[in-house]
Design a protein around this ligand. Structure first.
Ligand SMILES: [Zn+2]
Length: 410
């Protein structure tokens, strides 16, 4: 790691009244993607963000002139008083004209394909937690350990390790199963490995999914993933998948079939992770207007129908290979924009990408909201994301487990 003189890092454009005396700034890793290098400020003092507009992740309204104080990695006080007392020795950040939202969750991440610099790119974009949805378990575990020790800057994670799929799958990062017995053993193997849930890919037979889900549930793990080949989303939901990834299972459905699917998802409490931006991103990358495309229009209308019916939704960039147009960090922003383009209000999209994602992940005790007691994962934005969701790009700084990160691009 390189120590840098603070003057070169803290541009006047931040206009924040940081007291840097006891800080040291670290170039957090060797990330080179587009200057996506978070700068980490280690501090033990309390930090005060005052006069900020607060979007807490669950409330329906933003609150102006809030004062949020965090210390030792947790939010310790929130006040709407005009001039609340600041703790002794606090770092004071003037949030006037700025917007504070909870740290974002990317619920469809594939770190192993991209590599280590995805971690910094995520944090740089305000993504403080991810659902890692399939990759190399040794590598992912290694990253989690180095993030926990402070050696690496990266998001908190829930993870599945390798994908579970049938014997015919030839891709990497697979735990392959050929019999119901092997499917049941896989549930225990992964449980012992310490994963948070299990992910299936499409090439797996119905009876193997059945065995996997029942054994996984018996050891406290849920199963998520693609609709298995030859099955419908209704059947996948009935098999007990907790979330279904991608929109492909719905694009060809008739109106009646879609309605029946929605009713089944609601009845079973199945979450949907549409990975909408991964459909839109190729258009954005080539400078075309995605809303002119028939398939994208259909995708938007399905996501809107899910939202209006109350099907719980998850946002995910589905980043993996480097030559895919959706990238770590910016891809989640793209997903948020796509959800708003589909017709979901920006406030609802922010709630889905924060508190609801944390709830789905079983982490809402610690994460997902800006309220007293939660882990201090927050994003300070220069512009109002409710007025225009594209302002989600206007990252001023990211608070990651109580540490202030200033994006390198600032
Ligand atoms: Zn995926």
């Amino acid at each position: 790691m390189n120590r840098l003189p603070k003057e070169t890092q803290m541009g006047a454009q931040l206009q924040l009244n940081y007291q840097w005396t006891h800080f040291w700034l670290i170039l957090a890793g060797m990330w080179t993607m587009g200057g996506a290098i978070p700068i980490q400020a280690k501090q033990t003092q309390p930090v005060v963000i005052h006069s900020v507009t607060l979007i807490d992740g669950e409330s329906d309204e933003a609150v102006e002139n809030a004062t949020v104080i965090f210390q030792q990695g947790r939010i310790s006080s929130i006040s709407m008083a005009r001039k609340p007392p600041f703790p002794e020795g606090a770092v004071v950040i003037d949030g006037t004209g700025k917007f504070l939202i909870p740290g974002l969750w990317d619920m469809h991440a594939h770190l192993s394909y991209w590599g280590e610099d995805a971690l910094g790119m995520l944090v740089n974009a305000g993504v403080t937690s991810i659902r890692e949805l399939g990759g190399d378990p040794d590598e992912i575990e290694g990253w989690m350990a180095r993030i926990q020790s402070g050696e690496l800057v990266g998001p908190s994670m829930v993870w599945c390790g390798p994908y579970v799929e049938g014997l015919e799958a030839e891709d990497e990062y697979r735990l392959k199963v050929g019999t119901t017995k092997e499917a049941r053993v896989a549930a225990h193997t992964l449980k012992d490995r310490g994963v948070d849930f299990i992910k299936i890919q499409p090439r797996i037979a119905r009876d193997l999914v059945e065995a996997l889900v029942s054994e996984a549930n018996s050891v406290g793990l849920s199963v998520v993933g693609h609709v298995p080949q030859g099955l419908s989303a209704i059947e996948a939901s009935a098999l007990g998948l907790r979330s279904i990834e991608h929109l492909s299972p719905y694009l060809q459905l008739s109106e009646e079939e879609l309605e029946a699917t929605i009713q089944t998802l609601l009845k079973n409490g199945t979450w949907v992770s549409p990975a909408l931006f991964s459909l839109v991103a190729p258009f954005v990358a080539s400078g075309e207007d995605p809303s002119m495309d028939e398939k994208i229009q259909k995708a938007y209308s399905i996501v809107r129908r899910f939202y209006e019916a109350g099907v719980p939704l998850l946002l995910g960039a589905n980043f993996a290979y480097r030559d895919w147009p959706q990238q770590p960090g910016s891809g989640l922003h793209g997903e948020m924009v796509a959800f708003v383009d589909a017709g979901i209000p920006a406030m609802e999209v922010i709630k889905m990408a924060t508190a609801q994602a944390a709830r789905f992940s079983g982490k809402s005790q610690d994460f997902g909201r800006i309220i007293v007691g939660k882990v201090a994962d927050m994003v300070l934005l220069d512009q109002d994301p409710l007025r225009d969701i594209h302002h989600i790009h206007s990252t001023n700084s990211v608070i990651l487990r109580g540490e202030i990160m200033v994006p390198m691009s600032k």
